[in-house]
Design a protein around this ligand. Structure first.
Ligand code: HEC
Ligand code: HEC
Length: 323
């Protein structure tokens, strides 16, 4: 009896799982909301909701999905503004922004205390062995198994043999170039792009490992920070760049967002608090409390930042020099 019942159950179960497609809704004893009108992705729009008859919609123009805003070109594209040795951005002589270049340095996201942590290289080593070693070789000597037969010479299917990437050539490639090789591929797909396989952070991990294979020493400039130990006009000049005064104040008399520093010291300035003679006290106040006296004809657009006394002294000395 029990056996017959089990057999019947089996027949019913198997028969119910044939997987055929039907336009009819399946039999549901308690239907709840199972057979409501609805649209399904990849299906035709049967609701008449959309004029083009497609159920799956494209994103609204100009919108960005959460987490997909890829504004940080250094991290995502491997390109950055060229910087000088202190990490400050060098503006063009005409005050414009220079063009983006393959980044010289690793992006902040993969650094800890301004340095590449060992864990990143370890991860890079692991990913390298999976994605790069088949062509470039475990040692980075270009003798990967895809390119060469075990006897060491014959090139297999690749039109161009992969170069050694423990060589001087790669030592000379800035980190952004190696990142771009992974992201964009090299020379019309002689090496294909690995962007689809390797997430962004892992690409940087691989870059750090490739630099190690090439015995390249990476400098990690202190970012935008300039530490002032003695007040001086030179320190002021550094701060002028690193504290981004340069984006709003020129040194040549031309007007940007704020007044030029040229000839500022000693002149009489018309401000929201009346005419003021520009002396050290006024400059310090202008920097520490930008809204205390707003220069006539300019917006109250100067950001308030924190400064040490030495930084302030240095900025004053620097501005004094701009005759
Ligand atoms: C399918 C084989 C293959 C794989 C896998 C591969 N490469 Fe390449 N790679 C090449 C070839 C071939 C070239 C030379 C292309 C040329 O010069 O036209 C190359 C060139 C390069 C260059 C030199 C770019 C230059 O400007 O000189 C770098 C750096 C590089 N690859 C890094 C990598 C890294 C990192 C990986 C792993 C993510 C990787 N490659 C995976 C085949 C490969
Ligand atoms: C975002 C743009 C912006 C930045 C960045 C900025 N400033 Fe300003 N600054 C202004 C504007 C606009 C004014 C004029 C309005 C005012 O007085 O607040 C001004 C005014 C001043 C004045 C008074 C000038 C005068 O003609 O009397 C001084 C001094 C000054 N800034 C110094 C600095 C220094 C030093 C830095 C960097 C540490 C800096 N500013 C960064 C926009 C900026």
């Amino acid at each position: 009896m029990m056996r017959a019942f089990c057999f019947a159950l089996l027949v019913v179960t198997v028969a119910g799982c044939r997987g055929g497609e039907s336009d009819q809704p399946p039999v549901h004893l308690i239907r709840n909301m199972f057979t409501q009108e609805k649209g399904k992705a990849y299906r035709q729009d049967t609701t008449g909701l959309w004029a083009d008859g497609r159920m799956m919609r494209t994103p609204v123009d100009g919108t960005v999905a959460v987490g997909e805003l890829r504004e940080d070109t250094h991290f995502y594209d491997g390109v950055a503004l060229p910087t000088d040795s202190d990490g400050g951005v060098v503006m063009l002589a005409d005050g414009g922004m220079p063009a983006l270049e393959p980044a010289q340095f690793f992006p902040a996201q993969v650094k800890v205390d301004g340095k590449i942590p060992d864990a990143l290289r370890v991860r890079g080593h692991n990913r390298y062995n999976i994605y790069c070693a088949p062509c470039h070789g475990v040692e980075g000597d270009g003798k990967g198994t895809v390119a060469f037969r075990p006897d060491g010479t014959t090139s297999r299917g690749l039109m161009v043999p992969p170069p050694a990437i423990n060589s001087d050539r790669v030592k000379d490639l800035v980190v952004g170039k190696i990142y771009q090789a992974i992201t964009l591929g090299v020379n019309q797909d002689n090496m294909p792009s690995y962007a689809a396989q390797i997430p962004v952070a892992d690409r940087w991990a691989i870059v750090s490992y490739v630099r190690q294979l090439g015995n390249a020493v990476d400098e990690h400039p202190p970012g935008k920070a300039v530490v002032v130990l003695t007040a001086s006009a030179e320190a002021g000049a550094q701060l002028y760049k690193s504290k981004i005064c340069v984006t709003c104040h020129t040194l040549d008399g031309s007007k940007l967002v704020g007044p030029s520093f040229k000839g500022l010291y000693g002149k009489t300035e018309s401000t929201s608090a009346g005419d003021v003679k520009v002396d050290e006290a006024y400059i310090k106040e202008s920097i520490r409390e930008p809204l205390a006296k707003v220069v006539t004809g300019f917006p109250p657009a100067m950001p308030k930042q924190e400064y040490t006394d030495l930084e302030l002294e240095s900025l004053v000395l620097f501005i004094k020099e701009q005759k």
